[in-house]
Design a protein around this ligand. Structure first.
Ligand code: ATP
Ligand code: MG
Length: 708
């Protein structure tokens, strides 16, 4: 993995270098390239102008030569004198013609480009005619004697060049003076091969289509190089836009780009004006060709720049390689360190998480323990307390907490209890039982030292509520005494009667009487045992309930009928409604409830009286209550009578004994039905026992029973 990362890093670095080099190369090439292109373009443009100017110079020189030749012809003294004589009227025209024609023929023999010559007298007569001369309409206008300036810079008048039978011609009119007087003209017709060659001449750089044109003219093209150039060349005549522009051209020349028009490619015109004649020499270039020429020329330059940049980059890369290697080494170390660190961090996180979880678990456990736990430091200051400890402390008022006898139970900051001091003195766990006289609660207080390396760091105090345990113990002893007491009475009677019958002769009536007593007492014994066992079974949830929809009214009536004959002294009055809703009940158990309450009503009304049984239903519940006119129950006992073995002081001899289990059973059964039972009673007036049974129990009654 490590090697893998390094090689990846190396690859990335190389890639980065290469990409940078290429990018740099591209940027340099592009920026220098565009500059170069511009420079190259302007140099090409100036070259084009130079080229056209060269042509212009060549033409001008040539024209000068023609003008010189023409003027030289006219300046021959013999011929000029004769012409002057004619002009003065001293010699007739015929004589002039006879003399001048052969002289001129001789003189022009060596002029190869001359196709013909006419010597004109000042009055316009032909004094000589040699060779071929085109028609008069192709001649330029012959200036009059009064305007010698018309001969201009060259000293002669040039006709525009023209084509005749596929050949190029140029007519020159040169004046002949004698003693500063114009005496005639030479009209020379040249077939100017050199002029043609100037147009045909191809530049080795980039050729265009040369042509001669006259600015400001409606038919500007004088010599069209397109006719001379190979097929496919540009023809300025076929470019109307260009023609229009040439017509308006009046400057000295320059470079004029023209966009593509009328099927013509985009063009570039380089032109230069010929001195004094109003003629221009122009070269028309195909811009696309020119551009491709430029590109072709520049391509190697670009490639060289790119190559040089790339080479520079590669050299730089190799120079920087040792540095990159070092970076890689450091990067590898750093990566390793990073990995180690990440591993350590993750381990620490795991440990932290683990600690947090266990801390949370411990805190939850600590909080949820029912025993009140307080952790104290060595000086007895409270360091930590759980919920149960806080509740226990909160259950006593601030005044009570100050009591010295409570100090052992409720630790107070900075006031070490006796037990705490005992632990400090003995250096081992101590324990004590505390009983609260007011609430009747019992607590086991145990203090354990918290030692680290045999040094006491603090004390853990655990307070357990052992009230129930104590009550059970008490209950057990009460039960034993109650059961033994209750059993003893019938047993004594049974034993007495049995012994009496065994020892004495008895009559059949007596035996019958005694056996009935024995039988009744045995039934009493049996009932006692049943009550006792029933309660035990209920509490252990061994005795399952059988809930079923039950006709409540029928159940009540049936139970009442059992008691109709129970007592002569008592009158049972049923005040039941016509109908009661059906309830989900364990009918046998519910009947047992009613039986116990009715039995109590009879039992605890020794003087007799009326016992009223009532019932009523609401949307939520069915209420049943049994009212007697008996001895009543003291207020302080009204809650307690539902506890097991609890009996109101029964010093009243009229009341038969009991185990104190009946109402406990009632309470258990009613609670299993999610109902409640309570009593309202006035001493010596009577008691009313109420039962409320819900019509729509929140949960399955069976569950409730199992919870008990
Ligand atoms: P047994 O277990 O045989 O029923 P018991 O009747 O003493 O014994 P409970 O039925 O649990 O026990 O009654 C508890 C006490 O409540 C009785 O001892 C009695 O003092 C008082 N008591 C119950 N019913 C009445 C009543 N209708 N009027 C007056 N006191 C009553
Ligand atoms: Mg009873």
């Amino acid at each position: 993995m490590h090697a893998l990362t390094t090689s990846r890093l190396r690859k990335q670095l190389t890639l980065f270098f290469m990409a940078s080099i290429l990018f740099l190369g591209a940027v340099i090439t592009a920026s220098t390239g565009s500059r170069l292109l511009a420079i190259f373009k302007s140099s090409v443009h100036s070259n084009l102008i130079k080229q056209v100017e060269n042509k212009q110079l060549a033409i001008e020189n040539y024209l000068h030569r023609l003008a010189d030749l023409s003027l030289q012809l006219g300046s021959r003294s013999g011929l000029r004198d004769l012409l002057a004589s004619y002009d003065q009227g001293l010699v007739p025209l015929e004589t002039l013609q006879q003399f001048s024609t052969p002289r001129l023929r001789d003189a022009t023999q060596r002029l190869h480009e001359l196709s013909g010559l006419i010597l004109l007298t000042a009055d316009g007569q032909e004094a000589a005619h040699i060779g071929v001369i085109p028609d008069r309409d192709l001649w330029p206008a012959i200036p009059g004697p009064e305007d010698p300036k018309q001969y201009g810079h060259y000293g002669v008048v040039f006709s525009p060049p023209f084509y005749l039978d596929g050949k190029l011609y140029l007519i020159v009119i040169s004046p002949i003076y004698h003693q500063q007087r114009l005496i005639g003209h030479d009209l020379l017709c040249f077939c100017p091969e050199h002029l043609q060659s100037v147009f045909e001449e191809k530049s080795d750089l980039y050729s265009g289509t040369p042509f001669l044109f006259r600015g400001g003219s409606t038919t500007p093209i004088l010599i069209n190089g397109a006719e001379l150039s190979p097929p496919g060349g540009l023809d300025p005549k076929s470019n109307p836009h260009l023609l229009e522009s040439l017509h308006s051209l009046s400057g000295s020349g320059g470079i004029y780009p023209y966009p593509a028009m009328d099927g013509q490619p985009p063009t570039l015109l380089a032109c230069s004006r010929l001195y004094d004649l109003g003629w221009y020499i122009g070269v028309l270039h195909n811009r696309a060709e020119l551009d491709s020429y430029l590109k072709k020329k520049l391509q190697p330059v670009f490639l060289i720049i790119l190559a040089v940049t790339a080479l520079g980059g590669i050299i730089f890369y190799f120079l920087a390689r040792p540095l990159a290697r070092q970076v890689l080494v450091h990067a590898t170390d750093l990566e390793q360190m990073n990995q180690d660190l990440a591993k350590e961090v993750s381990e620490r996180r795991q440990i932290e998480q683990h600690l947090l979880t266990s801390e949370q678990e411990w805190a939850n456990t600590f909080e949820s323990i029912d025993d009140a736990i307080s952790i104290l430091d060595r000086e007895g200051r409270i360091h930590k307390q759980n919920r149960a400890a806080r509740q226990l402390s909160g259950s006593y008022s601030a005044v009570h907490r100050k009591r010295a006898d409570l100090r052992n139970l409720l630790p107070e900051d900075g006031q070490p209890s006796e037990l705490f001091q005992q632990l400090l003195a003995e250096g081992k766990p101590v324990e004590s039982i505390y009983s609260d006289e007011i609430t009747g609660a019992f607590f086991r207080i145990s203090l354990t030292p918290l030692s680290v390396h045999n040094a006491l760091r603090g004390v853990v105090q655990i307070v357990q509520d052992i009230t129930e345990q104590k009550q059970i113990e008490k209950m057990k002893s009460e039960m034993i005494s109650a059961v033994s007491h209750e059993i003893r009475t019938p047993l004594t009677a049974i034993t007495g009667f049995v012994e009496f019958m065994l020892e004495n002769e008895t009559s059949a009536d007596q035996r019958q009487n005694y056996l009935e007593i024995i039988h009744r007492e045995m039934r009493r014994l049996n009932e006692l045992m049943n009550d006792f066992l029933d309660l035990q079974r209920l509490q252990l949830s061994l005795h399952a309930y059988h809930f079923a929809p039950t006709d409540t009214l029928a159940l009540l009536k049936e139970t009442l009928s059992l008691f109709e004959m129970a007592s002569e002294k008592h009158q049972l009055v049923s005040q039941l409604p016509d109908q009661l809703p059906e309830l989900s009940l364990d009918a046998n158990r519910m009947q047992q409830v009613l039986k116990n309450i009715l039995a109590n009503a009879i039992k605890y009304s020794p003087a007799g009286g009326t016992i009223r049984v009532n019932a009523r239903s609401t949307d939520q519940s069915v209420f049943i209550w049994v009212q007697d006119e008996g001895i009543g129950i003291p207020v302080k006992d009204q809650q307690k009578i539902f506890s097991r073995f609890y009996r109101v002081d029964d010093s009243d001899r009229r009341i038969p004994g009991g185990l104190g289990l009946g109402l406990a059973l009632v309470d258990e059964i009613v609670k299993a039905h999610q109902g409640r039972v309570w009593v309202e009673s006035t001493l010596e007036k009577g008691s009313t026992f109420f039962i409320e049974l819900p019509r729509h129990p929140e949960r399955e009654p069976q569950d409730a029973a199992q919870r008990i």
